[in-house]
Design a protein around this ligand. Structure first.
Ligand code: NAD
Length: 475
């Protein structure tokens, strides 16, 4: 059934429907169920019922199911990628990459579930044996965003399922179609009834029962810091294990000892992937004074080559913003910076594209007083700021409440090591703009979040430790 939610093994049409639009054109492309609070309660009960069966399946069996799910995603990569582009807007090549990236988490956790080792502790008591065991935490919930509508589901669900937990996913209302398509493949792969459910609808309405229900033991959210804060408060009453992957404001620091072309290529990749709607996006590009003018010229030349358009056109580099509010924030950041003295250079954009489109824009001579230097833009606007010394740029890079990702470009090994210690963030690329993938612990410091996704640390988000002391063992 098209646009239906998956609850307790049934595809539910819902009494009310929500419309999904193509963000490039504003055209309606589908309608989907708007699930109710009672639908969510049914989902929680079904997840609870499925827990015993799923947790006791051998990890290798759970892994085999996850691998078949991944393999079905790879088989259907093209249809899934077209759905992602149609509802999210990103260029098709990036959508294809997202499907492969998303399937990779299932494959990686399929194996990692078999390695959820505990510990034995050398005993501090005579005649006793001490163990630490890992247990699945119970029913998990995931609230996923619209910028990676498939990969953020598999990154959370892959870990939860491998750990032995059922999971209820609430996808972003803007991008439910690819999420539902991926859930169909999970069902085809043999994930049992109630173990993976997709409940679509209004975020506040549906997150409230998830937060209040004591049976939901873990909550994972990717999205804005504001909403993350609300969810953390909401989860306090039932003391859930919460993992949050929130906003970023990544500094991208370029020293004057590097090859200019490498630095420009890195900054282009770190800024314009996913049309800038990426929590890892370089939001503040600090360039050392000695190469500042040359960098700005070369960067402007590269920005001018970017082609804006519908994501399904093969020539498109930059698609629409998924939400009008995000496009408007980009325009506010550009206007504010120009008003305060920044120089703006925008790539050409064909006339007639709608308001969700923002031409890729370079702002140079940005200062810390401008909005773009203080808050995340989440769009194709690159802020370039000059700096003089290493000490100064470290202080400026860290003078922010966000701490998700950072980037440093330098050919000086000792400096690279110093900065790898000093930059306050959860993920740091040294001379690279590409470092994500299933084996790495994805997550941030400060107000960029709590916990980690991917890697063995990601599995631990869905597990409880149990310490067991066997005493009186003397014969
Ligand atoms: P938003 O804060 O309105 O929503 C973020 C997500 O949370 C959406 O998926 C939304 O459906 C959900 N949501 C909103 N209110 C909720 C609530 N009360 N309870 C539960 N879920 C709720 O932000 P937005 O306008 O969608 O996106 C703009 C900002 O969000 C960006 O500037 C960026 O900082 C952040 N964002 C970050 C990521 C990321 O990858 N970390 C992804 C998407 C958005």
């Amino acid at each position: 059934m098209a646009g239906a939610a998956l609850i307790d093994g049934q595809w539910i049409a819902g009494e009310q429907r929500d419309i999904v639009v193509d963000p490039a054109t504003g055209d309606e492309i589908a309608d989907v169920a708007r699930c109710s609070v009672s639908d969510m309660s049914l989902a929680i009960s079904a997840a609870e019922r499925s827990f015993a069966g799923w947790r006791h399946l051998l990890p290798a069996k759970r892994g085999a199911i996850l691998r078949s799910w991944a393999s079905l995603m790879r088989d259907h990569s093209e249809e899934l990628a077209v759905l992602v582009t149609s509802e999210q807007g990103k260029p098709l090549a990036e959508a294809r990459h997202e499907i492969a990236y998303g399937a990779g988490f299932l494959e990686w956790f399929a194996a990692e579930g078999e390695r959820a080792y505990g510990e034995t502790i050398p005993s501090h008591k005579v005649g006793s044996s001490l163990q630490v065991r890992m247990h699945p935490i119970g029913v998990a919930a995931a609230i996923t965003p619209w910028n990676f509508p498939v990969a953020m589901i598999t990154r959370k669900a892959g870990a939860a399922l491998a750990a032995g937990c059922p999971i209820i996913v609430k996808p972003a209302p803007e991008t439910p179609l690819s999420a539902l398509a991926v859930a169909r493949l999970a069902e085809e792969a043999g994930i049992p009834r109630g173990v993976l459910q997709l409940v679509v609808g209004h975020p506040i309405e549906l997150s409230t029962p998830l937060l209040r229900d004591t049976r939901v033991r873990a909550l994972s959210f990717t999205g804005s810091t504001e909403v993350g804060r609300l969810l953390l408060k909401g989860a306090a009453d039932t003391i859930k294990k919460v993992s949050l992957e929130l906003g970023g404001h990544a500094p991208f620091v370029i020293f004057d000892d590097v090859d200019l072309e490498r630095a420009v290529n890195g900054a282009m990749a770190a800024k314009f992937a996913t049309s800038g709607q990426d929590c890892l996006a370089a939001n503040r590009i600090y360039v050392q004074r000695g190469i500042y003018d040359a960098f700005v010229d070369a960067f402007a030349e590269a920005v001018a080559q970017l082609k804006v358009g519908h994501g399904l056109e093969s020539t498109t580099d930059i698609g629409p913003m998924t939400k009008l509010s995000v496009a408007n924030k980009c325009r506010t950041h550009i206007d504010d910076a120009v008003k305060k003295g920044a120089r703006a250079f925008s790539a050409n954009q064909e006339a007639g594209l709608g308001l969700n489109f923002v031409p890729p824009t370079l702002l140079s001579d940005v200062t810390e007083e401008m909005l773009i230097a203080r808050e995340e833009t989440f769009g194709p606007v690159a802020a370039v700021l000059p700096f003089d010394s290493e000490e100064e740029v470290v202080a400026r890079a860290n003078a922010n409440e966000m701490g998700l990702a950072g980037y440093v470009y330098t050919d000086n090994l000792r400096r690279a090591l110093r900065l790898s210690e000093q930059i306050e963030c959860g993920m740091l690329g040294i001379n690279t703009a590409s470092f994500t993938g299933p084996p790495i612990p994805f997550g941030g410091w400060k107000q960029s979040g709590l916990g980690r996704e991917g890697s063995r640390h990601g599995l631990a988000e869905y597990m409880e430790l149990k310490y067991v002391c066997f005493g009186d063992l003397a014969a």
